[in-house]
Ligand binder design. Structure first.
Ligand code: ZN
Ligand code: ZN
Ligand code: ZN
Length: 105
């Protein structure tokens, strides 16, 4: 399997919960405290969270990339016609249901 290790976007590689929701010492739930995540190739920056791993309006992990900030684009090649590759249809704020917020189909 082709995969690469990347810095965890949600905690910015620090391994700690960026919002300290449970406690200042709580581990980042995305990388489990390692500061790194493994993502299958090929991949691209998550359009929905713009690579931050953080949900747009809430202090939660991005529902499209799960907080990694990148999404696997295996088998996807065309720009999604419904959201124009942005991951969110015009006028909407939820991930595009056609591409699951990835922006490619
Ligand atoms: Zn993390
Ligand atoms: Zn995301
Ligand atoms: Zn779409």
């Amino acid at each position: 399997m082709l995969a690469e290790q990347m810095k965890c976007a949600f905690c910015n590689g620090k391994g700690k919960d960026p919002f300290e929701l449970l406690s200042p010492l709580s581990k980042c739930q995305v990388c489990n405290g390692s500061g790194k995540v493994t993502v299958e190739k090929p991949n691209k920056e998550c359009s929905f969270c713009h690579g931050t791993g953080i949900h747009r309006d809430q202090r939660l992990t991005c529902i499209v990339c799960g907080g990694k900030g990148v999404v696997c684009t295996k088998g996807l090649s065309k720009t999604c016609p419904d959201c124009n590759g942005t991951g969110v249809p015009p006028g909407d704020y939820l991930p595009c249901t056609t591409c699951d917020g990835i922006g490619l189909v």
